[in-house]
Design a protein around this ligand. Structure first.
Ligand code: MN3
Length: 200
């Protein structure tokens, strides 16, 4: 079974004005579709074919550039679309809110550290919120399409929140103003989904 580009749960214009329609169309329909096709081509007729994307990334030979870049791109965008919602924003509640307070002191402090991780990633990459088996949360950032499932990238745990800071994610609307894009992202985070991922 080849990997498939997942359909969005909302329309391309649903995240306006925080993420614009044209960016969503190109980002999902061209970039994410491209990673999906390239991943399928890279694993075809290899031992990786038939594994889940998580299994592929957790055990990946990091010198396998095609799967590292496209498998990462496939997984990262799946998570990114999943944790966005036109009805998002606000603050988390319940167990996740408690874990954020325990790990970072407060939601505002979490937001500040996460925004800094996203804002200071030089070039292309991602910012992450990850949960460790003991429930402790970690914020980190990775280059290119690397992610916390991969070994030896200095970013661990299971990712439950992802922010794409490649220029293709924001440049049409925000140009060089990455901090404004990061601030907009907080208005479309679906904390109910992030909470579900936290509990898994
Ligand atoms: Mn992207």
């Amino acid at each position: 079974m080849a990997f498939e580009l997942p359909a969005l749960k909302y329309s391309f214009d649903a995240l306006e004005p925080h993420i614009d329609t044209k960016t969503m169309q190109i980002h999902h329909g061209k970039h994410h579709a491209g990673y999906t096709n390239n991943l399928n081509n890279a694993i075809k007729d290899t031992p990786l074919e038939g594994l889940s994307i998580e299994e592929i990334l957790k055990n990946l030979d990091m010198n396998n550039t095609a799967v590292r870049n496209n498998g990462g791109g496939y997984f990262n965008h799946n998570l990114f679309w999943n944790i966005l919602s036109p009805n998002g924003g606000g603050v988390p509640s319940g167990d996740l809110a408690e874990a954020i307070d325990l790990s970072f002191g407060s939601f505002d402090e979490f937001k500040s550290i996460f925004s800094k991780a996203a804002g200071t990633r030089f070039g292309s990459g991602w910012a992450w919120l990850c949960v460790h088996p003991n429930g402790k949360l970690e914020i980190c950032s990775t280059a290119n399409q690397d992610n916390p499932l991969m070994q030896g990238i200095g970013c661990g745990g299971r990712p439950i929140l992802a922010l794409d800071v490649w220029e293709h994610a924001y440049y049409l609307n925000y140009q060089n103003r990455r901090p404004d894009y990061i601030a907009g992202f907080f208005n479309v985070i679906d904390w109910s989904i992030v909470s579900e991922l936290f509990k898994k």
